[in-house]
Design a protein around this ligand. Structure first.
Ligand code: DHB
Ligand code: MG
Length: 221
């Protein structure tokens, strides 16, 4: 009953505040056609990414983990016409799907998909930053290392966002039987909470409010 209610509230907010146009729906269809897993962020999260990118007047955005390009489209649409989004993708075939979906959604001119392991690509980005907003949504075990890079590649006022930082509450609790992904998420939440350079909150806003985003603003370096 309560789960059904939460589900209804989530879909109503999506419908009212975050409707998907043909570009976003096309990206989802292209991902399904290519056999990509359907684990993208939800429309509420996409709209929240846009709200945050607008709030920090983002001109340079970095995304770690492109998947279907769905979050990339939400983000790129918050950029001014001379803005730029770089998204890092480990799978070259997925990267091709993402490029086509970006073009189809009308953001091909503002976006760039770079192929490789994020931990190899991130050190090459130091001359291209600082990034105003960084969105982390890749392999969870590496989240603590992605946070280090995100802070390095940011400025005071940048916003660092990471997906899947609730996970039914599992992302908050240190236990003896955690797998590497869960360890990464638990550490990410702890690091962002304790780092004096950041002001951080976690918001449950996905999967009927059982998962959500960690949102950290960089105060200073
Ligand atoms: C998985 C990864 C994600 O980024 C997500 O949002 C949901 C699930 C996964 O690897 O299973
Ligand atoms: Mg995710």
């Amino acid at each position: 009953q309560q789960a059904e209610q939460r589900h209804q509230i989530e879909s109503t907010i999506s419908r009212l505040f975050a409707p998907e146009d043909a570009g976003l729906q096309g990206a989802l269809q292209a991902a399904r056609d290519a056999g990509l897993p359907e684990i993208q962020i939800n429309p509420i999260q996409g709209k929240l990414l846009q709200v945050l990118a607008t709030a920090c007047q983002a001109r340079k955005i970095l995304e770690i983990g492109s998947l279907a390009g769905y979050s990339g489209i939400w983000l790129a649409r918050a950029l001014p016409t001379d803005g730029h989004l770089i998204t890092l993708e480990i799978n070259p075939e997925h990267a091709e799907v993402v490029r086509a979906s970006f073009a189809n959604a009308g953001v091909g001119d503002r976006t760039e998909v770079r192929v490789g392991a994020a931990l190899d690509l991130l050190p090459t980005l130091t001359t291209e930053g600082p990034f105003d907003l960084i969105f982390i949504d890749a392999d969870k075990a590496s989240y603590p290392q992605y946070l280090d890079w995100a802070i390095k590649l940011s400025r005071a006022g940048s916003i660092i966002i990471a997906d899947n930082c609730v996970r039914d509450g599992v992302a908050f609790q240190q236990t003896a039987t955690m797998d590497a992904d869960t360890i990464g998420l638990v550490q990410y939440n702890q690091l962002t909470r304790e780092d004096p350079r950041l002001t951080t909150i976690v918001l449950a806003n996905d999967n009927d409010y059982t998962d959500g985003l960690n949102i950290a603003v960089v105060k200073a370096h």
